[in-house]
Design a protein around this ligand. Structure first.
Ligand code: FRU
Length: 498
């Protein structure tokens, strides 16, 4: 298919050449990372012609954010990704300053449709630069995409009163059982913070405003971004990412972080009734997730495994920046969102090592066969003597004499902490995050999934998850256990191979 855009052609040539300078060992093994340059949000996460498609916010020319393109990759198992040529570039009058986040749908005629936010910056009479954010479509076959000649499809004219034209983005469309379409869009309601706007369409092309579905009123941060909205285990779930959040106890500590609202949906009146909200990830790096429904009915979520507050401080000479989280299967238990690594990862487990009833007291306990940087590690901890509770139990990983990252549990506070101070960071950023659990007699169940440049810790079968990126040299691969007091652990360890 001929490409009518010089900007897109240039990006394709550039990424193909530049990619050759990045050896496979210099990037994650099973987390999708920027092909070259910069990556942020997942976009258009969908199943199309039997493959999972993941697009992403992409600036190929630099490992810092810049004019947004849509990078593109496909996978059959959500873990091993194959890059495809960059799908969209900012090359039209209605998106010339960026193709921002959006989503994908399969149309009844079989075409893959991308819906995204176009950004146009304008110089206002007072000399300030303002952004106009408008919604656009592109149609494709899974490889080549052509922007719709009728773009834009939604503009500031489609905003309710008080809606900010400079913060109107990140469309999430879906098809209803009756064949019609709905779409959520994030918007700033001036003076009230973020809101989620509902639009409808009969053909997925022509859209009109229905109503404001959810309002922030400064409950959770300021502006809201990147909505996802779906049914799960009989409930309705809204995922969105909030900017500039204030912590509430141990919830929402990330400044910019993702929240989950669980509620009910009345399809007649199209009303979402909120019941409960919580943070989605309690670690340092997670934002802007999207979900897809797998052919066997699992709701699977992938987020950008980064945080806007940390990401501009990386080493500039590394030619890629930004990676996605593990694909996580979602469910609702006890009214909360639970997350589990997709079971596809189990096919990559090798060299099982099991250690049962191991007594841990003091530091630096090593266990046979337990080491590495591509790892799936389950650890159940309990006190050696319940009447003498240990003070602290912890694990060091990505460790050698110079580096380690720590995860540690204090049963008296019932808090779990991730600490990456010694993970290779050259910046004095916040390197710790804590999550709190119901006290359970000093018992806690951890599952750590390590890739070369990240750790994701699933606690108590996915009740809470803590994700962090690390920049530790890959030869730091020891794993050790420690306790202040006397703890006992059961350990199951696998190397992961890809
Ligand atoms: C979220 C976000 C989106 C926007 C995109 C721009 O991380 O700010 O709201 O579409 O990034 O890259």
């Amino acid at each position: 298919m001929p490409i009518d855009s010089q900007i897109l052609r240039n990006a394709r040539i550039y990424e193909k050449e530049k990619e050759k300078t990045i050896p496979p060992e210099a990037r994650p093994a099973f987390h999708l990372s920027a092909r070259v340059g910069w990556m942020n949000d997942p976009n258009g996460f969908s199943l199309y012609n039997g493959k999972y498609h993941m697009f992403y916010q992409y600036h190929p020319y630099d490992s810092h954010w810049g004019p947004m393109h849509w990078g593109h990759a496909v996978s059959e198992d959500l873990l091993q990704w194959q890059y495809l040529p960059v799908a969209m570039a900012p090359d039209k009058p209605y998106d010339r300053d960026g193709c921002f986040s959006g989503n994908a749908l399969t149309l009844p005629d079989g075409r893959h449709m991308l819906v995204y936010t176009g950004v146009v910056t304008e110089l206002s009479p007072d000399g300030n630069v303002t952004e106009l954010q408008i919604q656009n479509l592109a149609f494709g076959d899974g490889l080549f995409y052509t922007k719709y000649t009728g773009n834009p499809i939604l503009t500031e004219r489609d905003l309710p009163e008080g809606g900010n034209r400079s913060a109107f983005r990140d469309p999430k469309p879906w098809q209803k059982a009756d064949g019609t379409y709905r779409m959520l869009l994030a918007n700033d309601h001036i003076g009230h913070g973020g809101q989620m706007l509902l639009y409808r369409s009969d053909d997925a092309i022509h859209w009109s405003f229905v109503k404001t579905l959810v309002e922030n009123n400064f409950r959770l941060g300021l502006m809201w971004e990147c909505p996802d909205f779906f049914e799960l285990d009989g409930k309705q779930v809204l995922l969105a990412s909030a900017q500039d959040m204030l912590p509430k106890g141990f919830e929402y500590h990330n400044g910019n972080g993702t929240f989950c609202m669980i509620g009910t949906w009345d399809d007649e009146t199209e009303t979402f009734t909120e019941e409960f909200d919580q943070a989605v990830d309690y670690g340092l790096d997670f934002y802007a997730p999207q979900t897809v429904l797998s052919p066997d009915g699992r709701r699977i979520m992938i987020g950008w495994m980064q945080n806007w507050d940390h990401c501009n401080l990386h080493t500039p000479d590394i030619p890629w920046f930004g990676q996605m989280s593990l694909p996580r299967e979602l469910s609702i238990k006890n009214g909360r969102l639970y997350q589990a690594p997709v079971r596809e990862i189990e096919a990559h487990r090798r060299h099982k090592a099991v250690h049962r009833d191991v007594y841990v007291s003091g530091r630096e306990l090593r266990l046979d066969g337990v080491e590495g940087r591509l790892v799936d590690l389950e650890v159940d901890v309990r006190p050696a003597d319940p009447s003498h509770m240990y003070e602290q139990f912890g694990i060091h990983f990505a460790k050698n004499d110079d580096f380690h990252t720590e995860v540690s549990y204090r049963p008296h506070e019932s808090t779990l902490k991730i600490d990456r101070k010694f993970s290779g960071s050259r910046r004095a950023l916040s390197h710790q995050r804590r999550a709190v659990f119901e006290p359970n007699g000093g018992r806690l169940k951890l599952r750590l999934i390590l890739d070369r440049f990240s750790a994701e810790i699933f606690v108590n079968d996915g009740e809470k998850v803590l994700a962090t990126t690390i920049t530790t040299p890959v030869d730091a691969h020891d794993i050790t256990f420690f306790a202040d007091g006397d703890a006992v652990i059961n350990v199951t360890h696998y190397q992961l191979e890809f």
